[in-house]
Write a protein that binds this ligand. Structure first.
Ligand SMILES: [Zn+2]
Length: 284
């Protein structure tokens, strides 16, 4: 939802790095089996990119993304956990690099939380061949990672937004309104631009709901509302409704210039557009 540049690490290099210190483990032949699977893993990465380019990720078939000769659970443990997550593992530098990609450590799935882990966009439990593919590893906050879990949609309309691949931030889609009950508060929702078409609109709605963004943004915005109440009251006394509106518009423009669909900018824009609010409804 909040875009990230494509990761620079190639998938085959990531796999090779992550398995590079795997030991044979006697008759288990762990190292041999992972080496033998390299070609299949590379092929899976290509299929993944091809589907991403044609927006067909929902059509991926689990059977095409196994690690041949290795049970799914073992593949995730040996390649991802031992080879990339472990602090002393050979792939840890790639892991850390992917984690650092988000500006100000901000989670690209919600635009608010602090990045604390990598999320597998396509679940590693069912698609283990993509478990260390950088294109499949999204830096995310703990809340978003938990909310997503093993979620995977075979319906294009239910496909979540992919921060490396989807670009929706040039359009205005986040909106809010003032609820004039006590306490006065904001409610957030998605307004899909007509140019998007049904599928993208559905995906953004789905993403918004999956990560509970209406509730998340409302709680932040309502706290902001209380924080500026005293300042707004002073401006209303000094310059009336026009001064309040000018202040809110200026605050909105400054924030929206940085983040077109950020909850802060949308909060100020919504308040400025609400006549009753600017006339002093915030005093109640
Ligand atoms: Zn998040």
């Amino acid at each position: 939802m909040w875009p990230l540049d494509l990761p620079s690490h190639p998938a085959n290099r990531s796999y090779e790095t992550c398995i590079s210190r795997t030991r044979e483990m006697g008759t288990e032949k762990r190292r041999t089996r992972l080496n033998d699977a390299a070609k299949a893993v590379e092929k899976a990465a290509l299929s993944f990119r091809k589907a991403a380019a044609s927006q067909d990720l929902h059509q991926l078939k689990e059977d095409d993304f196994k690690v041949p000769g290795v049970a799914d659970r073992n593949a995730v443990d040996w390649i991802y956990k031992n080879g990339m997550v472990d602090k002393r593992s050979p792939g840890r530098a790639i892991y850390d690099d992917l984690m650092d990609a988000a500006e100000d450590e901000r989670c690209p799935m919600c635009g608010w939380g602090r990045v604390s882990q990598l999320d597998h966009f396509v679940p590693k439990s069912s698609f283990p061949a993509l478990c260390v593919d950088p294109l499949n590893l999204i830096p995310a906050c703990g809340e978003c990672n938990r909310a997503k879990g093993e979620y995977w949609s075979t319906d294009v309309a239910g496909t979540l937004l992919h921060p490396y691949l989807d670009r929706v931030d040039n359009d205005q889609w986040l909106d809010a309104r003032v609820i004039h009950d006590a306490p006065l508060r904001l409610a957030f929702f998605v307004t899909a631009p007509p140019a998007w078409g049904k599928v993208l609109a559905s995906r953004v709605h789905h993403h918004f709901n999956r990560f509970g963004l209406a509730k998340l943004y409302a709680s932040q915005a309502n706290r902001t509302l209380r924080n500026i109440q005293q300042s707004l009251a002073g401006q209303l006394r000094a310059g009336g409704e026009a001064m309040v509106r000018a202040y809110l518009l200026d605050a909105a423009a400054s924030r929206l210039a940085v983040e077109y669909n950020g909850w802060e900018g949308v909060t100020y824009r919504t308040l400025a557009a609400d006549e009753a609010f600017c006339r002093g409804a915030f005093l109640c």
